[in-house]
Design a protein around this ligand. Sequence first.
Ligand SMILES: O=P(O)(O)OC[C@H]1O[C@@H](O)[C@H](O)[C@@H](O)[C@@H]1O
Length: 295
Amino acid sequence: MPVQTSESKVTLQHPKGATAEVLLYGATVISWKSPDERLFLSSKAILDGSKAVRGGIPVVFPCFGPPSHPDHTRLSQHGFARSTLWSWGGVTEDNEKVVVVKLALEPTEAIRAVYDKPFKLTYVVSLFESDLKTELHVENTSGSSLQAPEPFEFQALFHTYIRAPSKDALVSPLTSLSYFDKTEATEEGRATAKTETRSGVDVTKFTDSVYENAPGSYDVKWPGGALHISAKGLKDVVVWNPQAEGGSTMGDMEAGGWDHFVCVEPGTVRGFAKVAPGETWVGEQTLSAGSKAAL
Ligand SMILES: O=P(O)(O)OC[C@H]1O[C@@H](O)[C@H](O)[C@@H](O)[C@@H]1O
């Protein structure tokens, strides 16, 4: 069976051996094997739907970090998409090349209590022999039925925890890009753009950097391993690793977990994306473990 579903999880199996697991909670991809595990999932991650998952690929929508948009004031950090149960949308493709599944999220009562924008989210996960593609579709459903047409603004990001030794991993190419360093101690420091001068960005110290207008094609390399990430519709990228400084304060992070991942997070998070009534915005990332991930 290429796709198996349970009450809480969807498991995809590619005919050539790759697998992926997606929780309905948060539409969180928690495992991708091609052929080895490529994502980091904390052994202390909570998977019962009571807290956003520490690892895999949490989906950040409609705000990144603490809310900064007037429409988002009642939301918590990174929004509700990663901490809401999505519904199963079925298998849309299943052949020698790819296995594709779909999940959906429409406003629930709990969401409406904190966010009143008329949206429908669709999450499409495609498992290829050595690639994993995730697509987020944000539809503005206003203008249909009883809701008056109105555009809305949002942020979106794939919070991808790539399994890699953080003491050796380098992310590139980010040279010459402007970035905002969220580890700076002051508000002014965090709001002042820096320019990246490194040809490979390491995460050997606490790192929380938001790169703007990034190229949408990234390599993560370490001795003996590599992964390629390509992004479409997502103009920014965040590089994050809390190291012991931040990681040891997180209840759901295993001890030393920060040694085993680097988060490279394509998103639209500096400013906002806008979607007009009846229109759909799409952001996608493809993780490649095959030939694109040249060592
Ligand atoms: O602990 P959370 O809510 O999953 O967030 C983890 C990190 O996510 C990153 O994307 C942010 O840039 C960091 O500032 C944040 O600490």
